[in-house]
Design a protein around this ligand. Structure first.
Ligand SMILES: Cc1cc2nc3c(=O)[nH]c(=O)nc-3n(C[C@H](O)[C@H](O)[C@H](O)COP(=O)(O)OP(=O)(O)OC[C@H]3O[C@@H](n4cnc5c(N)ncnc54)[C@H](O)[C@@H]3O)c2cc1C
Length: 468
């Protein structure tokens, strides 16, 4: 794999100030720099870590990376904590090898980080960016408590979210030109993170086994064995995709039986790989241009459009957040007769009348992910078979967040809002239940791929849910 190595001097110059902002009005003090790692859980290709490292080096102070393990993150079950903690364990060891201590705090992140910064007499705190309400609230509280600056660095988007646009965009077509106009400036190679001098700060490495044992999480959703967590596995996954599946992506990506997709979304969600690094590796690969273009459209435009949606629309995970035309048409058709009506229990157990839908739900439960094309069908049918559109919205978010390893992500909220609520889409011709929301049915799927084969690939619900 080619690494984009730069000199130390370039290192210091590469962190674009437009990627950073300060969330309170305090000034830097002497003392260690803390990187409050949150959304971007990696050592490599991480602008927030590079910014914190540069600040520490300039001040001649140590850098400490701190992760605050919240007692509950949007009700995430054990599957998600397991994936995240294994990834963090790997990253913590890699950080320590370059003399950057890693601390794991347990408790409410805003309080824990503020307390740790005060106790350790830190001089500045740096964190990464997330548009989700829960993270914004933590940061707002921490920024108010701290008497040192809290810097925020967008290490997730290629074009920083707040810089790409200052409002909620209507659709991909309105954000695309804004991003494309900035890619030359922001889609730049990463400097390698260089070791710091050995730290003088006292710290204790986490006992990962004990941390896992202490977690009182819902263990009914077990880890997914098929996707290995961590930065190394993420990098290998990317290289495998480029080598064996990127060529052909444009034509095969809508066939759920083809294994054409990158499978990178869990790694991107937990920040175990950088989207910018993925984009650079794909762009420099020898795959046909049409495949690279199709993939980069998803990775850059669609993904950053989701962050834009959540950043500027605080109701992103509720029916209230969908466009006015969609709300109106769905409510107008709220009383239409539904051919089938299911409760969350039936959906969750993949026990509807529709084998194709059940297969998609089984895929979600078993593999922690649904193929991108089937995700649309899955969500639209929840709308069709629920007693009301707001209830459908809530159930789709619940199921996606509970089982999908890449759930609790702006992409998931935008995906549900697109499928059920016409977000980033346009009105289509009117029909019962859906109103003007774009419709999808099994015959459409049959025209695109071998539906029977897809159904046969996933176990029957009875084996999947033995207690059902
Ligand atoms: C109802 C519904 C729910 C969804 N829930 C999630 C979710 O919880 N988490 C999630 O990451 N994605 C979600 N998506 C978007 C998309 O389906 C997934 O990103 C994709 O299936 C992930 O698989 P992949 O990494 O193999 O995709 P690839 O096709 O290989 O794409 C590479 C990357 O591009 C981005 N991307 C691809 N498609 C989209 C899209 N439509 N919107 C935004 N970004 C995209 C993702 O970051 C993805 O990892 C959802 C879509 C729908 C319709």
């Amino acid at each position: 794999m080619s690494e984009h190595r730069l000199t130390q001097k370039q290192n210091a110059l590469m962190i674009d100030p437009r990627r950073t902002r300060v969330l309170n009005s305090c000034s830097d003090k002497p003392g260690a720099v803390i990187y409050w790692m949150s959304r971007d859980q990696r050592l490599n290709h991480n602008w927030a870590l590079l910014f914190a490292r540069e600040k520490a080096a300039r001040k001649g102070q140590p850098l400490v990376v701190v992760f605050a393990l919240a007692p509950s993150f949007l009700d995430a079950p054990f599957r998600h904590y397991d994936f995240m903690l294994k990834g963090l364990e790997e990253t913590s060891k890699a950080l320590e090898r370059i003399n950057i201590p890693f601390m794991l705090l347990e408790g409410e992140p805003d309080t824990e980080i503020s307390r740790y910064a005060c106790q350790s007499e830190a001089g500045a705190v740096v964190t990464d960016f997330s548009p989700l309400n829960i993270s914004r609230n933590w940061k707002k509280k921490a920024a108010d408590i701290l008497d040192i600056p809290l810097y925020e660095v967008d290490a997730h988007n290629i074009v920083p979210c707040w810089y790409a646009s200052d409002k909620q965009e209507y659709a991909a077509r309105t954000l695309r030109p804004k991003l494309q106009a900035r890619l030359d400036e922001f889609l730049v190679p990463f400097p390698t993170i260089l070791p710091l001098p050995a730290p003088h700060v006292h710290h204790r490495s986490p006992d990962w086994k004990q941390v896992r044992e202490r977690l009182q999480k819902d263990r009914s959703v077990p880890p997914v064995n098929r996707i290995a967590p961590g930065e190394t596995a993420a990098a290998e996954s990317l290289e495998n995709f480029i080598k064996s599946r990127l060529s052909g992506y444009a034509t095969a990506r809508n066939d759920p039986n083809s294994n054409a997709l990158s499978q990178l979304s869990p790694y991107l969600h937990f920040g175990q790989i950088s989207a910018q690094h993925v984009a650079l590796r794909v762009a420099e690969s020898r795959a046909p241009q049409k495949d690279k273009t199709a993939f980069l459209e998803e990775l850059i435009i669609r993904r950053e459009l989701s962050d834009n949606f959540c950043n500027y629309n605080p109701s992103y995970d509720r029916f209230e957040g969908i466009p006015a035309w969609a709300k109106q048409t769905l409510l107008l058709h709220g009383q239409d007769k539904r051919e089938y009506l299911y409760t969350i229990d039936v959906f969750e157990k993949a026990a509807t009348h529709d084998k194709l839908w059940n297969a998609a739900q089984s895929e979600l439960v078993q593999s922690g992910k649904i193929h991108g094309y089937m995700r649309m069908y899955w969500a639209k049918k929840i709308l069709e078979w629920s007693s009301s559109p707001p209830e459908a919205f809530e159930m789709a978010i619940y199921l996606n967040d509970r089982y999908a390893l890449d759930g609790r992500d702006p992409n998931g909220y935008a995906g549900v809002a697109w499928s059920i609520g016409g977000l980033h889409d346009r009105p289509w011709f009117e029909r019962p239940v859906y109103g003007n929301i774009r419709y999808m049915n099994a015959s459409g799927c049959r025209r695109k791929f071998d539906v029977e084969r897809y159904i046969s690939r996933f176990r029957e619900p009875a084996t999947l849910f033995p207690n059902a």
